[in-house]
Design a protein around this ligand. Structure first.
Ligand SMILES: Nc1ncnc2c1ncn2[C@@H]1O[C@H](COP(=O)(O)OP(=O)(O)OP(=O)(O)O)[C@@H](O)[C@H]1O
Ligand SMILES: [Mg+2]
Length: 172
């Protein structure tokens, strides 16, 4: 994967098919995280995308997913994936799959639990700890890196390694 440097603005490089871009954001509190989720949710291209979430324990990956699910119209209690690795959700007009690969350590599960099929079909796939399944997943359209600065502030860099992701990034 080609990753553009952290420069403060969208950076593009290479031929159209191999575009790479990155853009920094600061979330001063969870309201900013929710705003970001709403802007992301407002983009139609999100209905078929793979978004990876990177960052330490407690960085705010699940929190972002919860705001995103709400912004997409998911109602009721939002369960997080735990031992099941993936939690499916339905929003108006789209299927959403929330993966947490933290405990994923058996590649056979990729086939057995139907993850290959999920990635072969349309829908939004969001993954925490994608590093643990990196050999199996397709390349991310958007890779969101979250770093906790203090209790409420988060330094965020959004990378868009695919042309599809670049469209999403430009809409944020
Ligand atoms: N700006 C912010 N954005 C996101 N979360 C924030 C923010 N400010 C504070 N928080 C808090 O930080 C915590 C983030 O926890 P969360 O479960 O989302 O982390 P995580 O990255 O999913 O961790 P894990 O790797 O354990 O799954 C929550 O308690 C949340 O309320
Ligand atoms: Mg989490």
């Amino acid at each position: 994967m080609t990753v553009a440097p952290h420069t403060g603005q969208i950076v593009e490089s290479g031929a159209p098919a191999a575009q790479a871009a990155a853009r920094p954001f600061t979330w001063h509190g969870e309201d900013d995280t929710a705003d970001f989720a709403r802007r992301l949710a407002a983009q139609p291209q999100l209905a078929n995308a793979f978004v990876t979430l990177h960052g330490d324990l407690g960085a705010g990956k699940t929190t972002l997913v919860r705001h995103l699910l709400r912004a997409l119209g998911v109602q009721g209690r939002i369960k997080s994936p735990t031992y099941a690795v993936v939690e499916p959700h339905e929003a108006p007009g789209m299927a959403i799959w929330h993966f947490d690969f933290y405990r994923f350590d058996d590649p056979r599960e990729w086939e057995d639990a139907g993850f290959r099929d999920i990635f072969a079909n349309p829908g939004l796939k969001v993954a925490e700890w994608p590093e643990k399944a990196a050999a199996l997943t397709p390349p991310a359209d958007l890779a969101i890196h979250i770093e906790a600065i203090d209790d409420t502030e988060r330094a965020v860099t959004v990378h868009a390694p695919t042309a599809h992701g670049l469209q999403l990034l430009q809409g944020l």
